[in-house]
Design a protein around this ligand. Structure first.
Ligand code: C2E
Ligand code: MG
Ligand code: MG
Ligand code: MG
Length: 283
């Protein structure tokens, strides 16, 4: 038994895990200066209204161009940012970019355009007000609350902190909208849909990836859409990559689609070229 344990302990230091730990440490160190060194930027992915094919919303997604390691995925550095607390500064910065962008786009391209911003549970827990609250920043720029959709994950809804409930309510009172991201991957307790007043539900891409006319995933998507609609919640399907998926979702009454079929996340200048377009079947 001792021997087996010893072996396990030894395996913890195997070269691959050591390399991974070193990369993580390297990223954690460099992330501190990434903002100041202007290595972060925000890209935008269109969210298309399936009934009209129009781009009516965008999701803001952060990118990190590391000077030596190249482009580092947010799936890799956001967890590090959460652990180190850097998510607070980074998250506020992303929000500010998104707010300026939505102001420009509402004024020049699409009057009721919305940008959605991901907000980590850690950001909700932050009790030091280093920054004016999001509703205040919108007000300062003369923007209505519904210019911004806050994307949260089920992880947040598991928290039972009064403080978080209050923050959530403050968003609602200011008119900001709320989307439940990656729906179907976590606990997916239906009680959360009742506890909080949610505007959008984002069906996770794992249900869309293998979506075909005969699939179980189709049954699940259909059930989610019907349930959401009965609760007055609009549905956004994530990870739409094919015309077939897009057609099935539209036929099921899904309100919005997001995915490579329409466009990858792009720089703002590129995004502006999408406003006049209609993404209909013939794409
Ligand atoms: P998410 O919020 O669920 O964002 C959707 C992810 O799916 C994005 O990955 C997007 O590029 C990707 N995606 C979109 N369409 C398709 C498709 O058709 N096929 C496939 N395979 N993927 C698609 P990305 O940009 O790498 O971001 C990953 C995750 O990192 C996000 O997942 C979100 O949880 C987190 N993240 C990104 N930006 C931020 C941020 O500013 N703040 C916070 N807190 N988290 C962020
Ligand atoms: Mg999201
Ligand atoms: Mg998602
Ligand atoms: Mg995700």
């Amino acid at each position: 038994y001792a021997k087996a344990q010893g072996r396990n302990r030894y395996s913890f230091f195997d070269p691959m895990m050591q390399a991974a730990a070193q990369r993580r440490q390297h990223l954690a160190n460099d992330l501190h200066s990434a903002l100041a060194e202007q290595q972060l930027r925000v890209v935008y992915q269109p969210i298309v209204q399936l009934a009209t094919g129009r781009v009516v919303k965008a999701e803001a997604l952060v990118r990190w161009q590391h000077p030596q390691l190249g482009l580092v995925s947010p799936s890799e550095f956001i967890p590090i940012a959460e652990e180190t607390g850097l998510i607070i500064t980074i998250g506020e910065w992303v929000f500010l970019q998104a707010v300026r962008q939505v102001k420009h786009w509402r004024e020049n391209y699409c009057r009721d355009f919305q940008i959605s911003v991901n907000k980590s549970p850690i950001q909700f827990q932050d009790k030091n007000l280093h920054y004016p609250a999001w509703p205040e920043q919108l007000k300062k720029l003369g923007l209505p609350g519904q210019s911004i959709v806050v994307e949260i994950t089920e992880g947040l809804l598991l928290e039972t902190d009064r403080f978080i409930d209050d923050k959530f309510m403050a968003f609602r009172d200011a008119g900001l909208q709320v989307a439940l991201d990656d729906f179907g991957t976590g606990y997916s307790s239906l009680a959360y849909l009742k506890k909080f007043d949610i505007d959008y539900l984002k069906i996770d891409q794992s249900f869309v990836r293998n979506l075909t006319a005969q699939s179980d995933d189709k049954v699940l998507c259909e059930a989610i859409i019907v349930m959401a609609h009965k609760l007055g919640i609009k549905v956004i399907a994530e990870g739409v990559e094919t015309e077939g998926q897009c057609g099935l979702l539209a036929a099921m009454g899904c309100d919005y689609g997001q995915g490579y079929w329409f466009s990858k996340p792009v720089a703002p200048e590129v995004f502006e070229g999408l406003f006049g377009r209609a993404f209909l079947g013939d794409r």
